[in-house]
Design a protein around this ligand. Structure first.
Ligand SMILES: Cc1ncc(COP(=O)(O)O)c(C=O)c1O
Length: 466
């Protein structure tokens, strides 16, 4: 957890925020006594009381321990119910445990989980992904991190180049190549949230540029040592940052000009539609990577590429006809259970109609939030993209990762999140992103709008009293 950043547009004094936060912490403790006790026990056998670091990073005094999550409703072990707009940070984008997926996986679990042999479901997912994303050939991994890692490996082999270029403050999984960011003196360094320095020079494997800065991009690509650019089409992990008009076209041209592969990471931006941002905006990447939500939350990820790349892979790795020509491994990847879940999610859950509902929900939510900002003249901005929107503590939308990060305010953000959680709504930790699933009703969305209204009205009232 990082607490030193503070937005100049905080609204309230530091003292007032501490006072309000103490009130919310006390309320949270009162609502979640079983979770507190469980957390104290968990610390005896789990590092920091959680099975994975992010689970302890919600800003609350202890984690919410989940009893059940179905649709957009989550119930904790203390019996509190929440309307969920975090949705496992995208993994459950279409709602928790969609019925159609639950049915198929409960059958598959009795028919074999993992055999290291393909099932015929794999053909259906290949066809479906090809139709959606316009890339003909696909491979399966377990997580988006892994899919990105495998694609980087392929790009390095095909180009003979060592480096990966990513956008400043982006996130593509725990990859040493993309964790560095541009430090205050313009040199690459690890970000404080990832301060376990791997024993490699920060610039040995990485180049980093600001999103939307085409001059900087060309300057870095001109070194001709980047195997690929790995980019989200809209930045979604440092607050949301939209591309300038024409940015993606020029990014494509520059990658071609300098012989660098273009990898578009659709892991989050799948929320922009049936074929992700790529289809919605006609992007032309060499590779697409995608994970998290494509199997209803069951761990699986995919990467797709062109036929030309498929030919090169077989030539370059020199083992045509062998099942592992790329040395990418992953014993459990493409297991029958995950593939069945992905087939069912893609064919019956992540439908065009589902996306239509998600977009309409986002619009309702965003309009409601915009009205609040206007009503109280709050100098914050709202960024909308597909089924997501994000409140940022700055008057204009950020154009790059630095601008977004420079307006982070962890204390203020955690305060608002705990305020919402204490009143029965969850949003994404780490920033103010809200994702609207197809199962959210207008009433659910209005409830979130009302809570933001009450939270912000109080902050404004306190600021006037300062
Ligand atoms: C854009 C993007 N790519 C890749 C990943 C890595 O996903 P996972 O942690 O499921 O491997 C993330 C995780 O947040 C992400 O946001």
């Amino acid at each position: 957890m990082i607490t030193d950043k503070k937005s100049p547009y905080r609204l309230v004094s530091d003292e007032k925020l501490v006072e309000l936060r103490a009130r919310e912490d006390a309320l949270f403790l009162k609502r979640t006594p079983k979770a507190e006790e469980t957390f104290n026990n968990a610390k005896k056998m789990l590092l920091n009381g959680v099975p994975m670091p992010w689970m302890g990073d919600w800003g609350t005094t202890h984690p919410i321990f989940v009893r059940e999550a179905v649709g957009n409703r989550l119930t904790d072990i203390d019996g509190n119910q929440y309307i969920d707009f975090c949705l496992g940070d995208t993994g459950a984008m279409f709602g928790h445990s969609p019925e159609a997926v639950a049915e198929v996986v409960s059958k598959q679990v009795r028919l074999g989980i993992t055999t290291m042999m393909p099932t015929t479901d794999a053909l259906d997912i290949g066809t479906e992904l090809g139709k959606r994303f316009s890339l003909p050939l696909w491979q399966v991994a377990m997580t988006a991190t892994e899919a990105n890692r495998y694609v980087i490996r392929i790009c390095r082999t095909l180009t003979g180049r060592p480096k990966v270029l990513s956008m400043n403050e982006s996130y593509h999984g725990s990859l040493d190549e993309t964790l560095p960011h541009i430090g205050p003196e313009g040199k690459l360094e690890l970000r404080s949230e990832y301060d376990m320095n791997p024993a490699v020079a920060k610039d040995a494997l990485s180049r980093v540029v600001e999103f939307n800065d085409l001059e900087q991009l060309e300057r870095e690509l001109a070194h001709k040592d980047c195997a690929c650019v790995l980019a989200e089409p809209v930045m979604t992990n440092c607050g949301m940052v939209l591309p300038d008009p024409g940015y993606h076209e020029r990014l494509r041209e520059l990658c071609t000009k300098y012989g660098t592969y273009l990898v578009i990471d659709e892991t989050h931006t799948f929320s922009n539609g049936y074929g992700g941002y790529t289809r919605a905006y006609g992007l032309k990447p060499d590779f697409i990577t995608l994970g998290k939500s494509i199997a209803g939350g069951i761990p699986v990820a995919v990467y797709g590429f062109t036929s030309e790349i498929a030919t090169l892979i077989n030539q370059s790795f020199g083992h045509q006809g062998v099942s592992d020509p790329m040395g990418v491994g992953g014993t459990l990847s493409a297991n029958a259970f995950a593939i069945a879940a992905m087939r069912q999610t893609l064919t019956t859950v992540a439908t065009e109609e589902a996306f239509e509902k998600m977009f309409a929900g986002q619009e309702r939510l965003s309009n409601g939030l915009d009205d609040i900002l206007k009503k109280y003249s709050i100098p914050w901005s709202l960024t909308r993209s597909g089924a997501r929107c994000e409140l940022q503590f700055m008057p204009t939308q950020p154009r790059n990762g630095s601008e977004a990060k420079n307006h982070f305010d962890w204390e203020l953000m955690y305060y608002t999140h705990i305020y919402l959680a204490n009143r029965g709504v969850l949003i994404t930790p780490f920033h103010n992103m809200m994702l609207v699933p197809p199962v959210a009703t207008d009433e659910d969305i209005d409830c979130l709008i009302q809570l933001w209204h009450d939270c912000l009205a109080e902050l404004v009232e306190c600021s006037e009293g300062n």
